[in-house]
Ligand binder design. Sequence first.
Ligand SMILES: Nc1ncnc2c1ncn2[C@@H]1O[C@H](COP(=O)(O)OP(=O)(O)OP(=O)(O)O)[C@@H](O)[C@H]1O
Ligand SMILES: [Mg+2]
Length: 257
Amino acid sequence: MSPMKRLFDFRAEKKKKKLLKVLGEEPQLIVDDAPFEYVEAFKELRTNLNFLASRSKTEGKGCKILVTSSIPGEGKSTTVINIALALAQGNHKVLLIDGDMRNPVLRKYLRLVQKEETGLSALLNNDVKIEDCLARTEYGVDVIANGPMPPNPAELIKSDTMRSLLKGVEGHYDYILFDTPPVGVITDAAALSPLCDGVLYVIRHRFASRKQVHNAIKKLKMVDANILGTILTQYDVPKNSGRRHYGYYHKYNRYNK
Ligand SMILES: Nc1ncnc2c1ncn2[C@@H]1O[C@H](COP(=O)(O)OP(=O)(O)OP(=O)(O)O)[C@@H](O)[C@H]1O
Ligand SMILES: [Mg+2]
């Protein structure tokens, strides 16, 4: 292939990738051509998380954090991946687990090659070993993706096997992050939260209603979840606000205190 043709192919591929991101078919990760403000927002989030984790972390153990939201499509999976990437860029050892057994996307979003037979549900059913499930990504983040769709996700996610899995891995990682389904719709995230040190709550700008957010948060409070803070996604901060963030903004508060 001629150098000129290669250059055209490269440009066409780059253009296609950009378009897919704009159309929302591919997640915007904080790598390559991600907008500066977008990357900075996740770095800031990492700093805040480090601070919160250092307070809630038990000595020598991985800090387990779950990411959820009120309703589908608020940006949980994209956000949890980018948090994992930002933490890994900050030299933290990170394990990312796809706890959304009903609509798992980490395998797709991160282009993992491992087969479904070696995913989380298979691991929790003791069908496979953890060594077979761990995918090591180019971003320095280890991932356990979804396994075959189980008949009982909510039971499996809070099972004793999950407890032992976490006990087994927490000494090896600084952070263990979970992607989960929306807590306002499905109970899985609420079921998993007692096994985690904290919950990060994603709210997409002008998407879920106030009532949906309140009802969903109530479900987390009922199980005494430690809500570390909220992350507002897809919010384009006005140009003259003095704080320009591209499609992403976050805020911490003690929601349940
Ligand atoms: N901060 C963001 N800015 C712009 N678009 C985003 C952002 N976060 C996510 N998206 C887009 O929104 C869509 C849904 O994102 P994602 O899959 O992360 O949501 P989700 O909350 O995990 O959805 P589900 O509830 O179905 O699991 C995707 O097309 C994604 O590219
Ligand atoms: Mg998701």
